[in-house]
Design a protein around this ligand. Sequence first.
Ligand SMILES: C[S@@+](CC[C@H](N)C(=O)[O-])C[C@H]1O[C@@H](n2cnc3c(N)ncnc32)[C@H](O)[C@@H]1O
Length: 193
Amino acid sequence: MLNEEIKHQYKRWYGTFLGFRQSHAYWMYKVIDDVLNDNEQIEGIIEIGTGRGALSIFLGLECYERGLKPLITYDILPLIRKPKLFKLLGIKFINRDCYHGDSIREMNEYIDNKPILFFSDNGNKLRDFNYFIKLLPKDSVFASHDWESIAKAKLTEKNTKENVEKYSLQSLFRKEWDGPPDYIKTCFWRKTI
Ligand SMILES: C[S@@+](CC[C@H](N)C(=O)[O-])C[C@H]1O[C@@H](n2cnc3c(N)ncnc32)[C@H](O)[C@@H]1O
């Protein structure tokens, strides 16, 4: 059973976006928008963990409107219902493990040594952070859900410390990560070297 404090933190999660169930608090989308406003160097977005596609639609809209490369998004599971907007926005849904050699090759081609926003919403956030942070060029932003959350595979101050120092990661909008009223439980790091 979740205690009252934890229940309070999660009460603003699990709405819908254009009718698709969200896995996050709606406010997280607003913070992503702020991050993109402040990081005009970003040239594309990769998402790992498509789920039902709510966040993918939002990220796809960001790419389309800002003139970035269209979103690519990975999931090991097929989509239950492919949102119609995927086609309109040129979103490429890739039904494959994001660690598969073909996926890594495809991501490197997409990145093409240009800064991107990489959003990890996968099964194992720590593995993703440690692996994908290496792949990203300078001035990319790495974002991940499950910052200090109740998930087993969460990211924490402690387990990110080594790579935060190694890659001089600068935290963005830090007070939004785990604060009231939304507790978006999402971290944003800009890679400065
Ligand atoms: C929390 S859900 C994603 C939620 C989604 N971003 C949204 O906004 O609704 C996590 C997803 O990651 C997928 N996943 C887990 N491990 C994966 C892997 N190695 N490669 C690709 N997808 C993976 C799962 O199948 C699951 O659909």
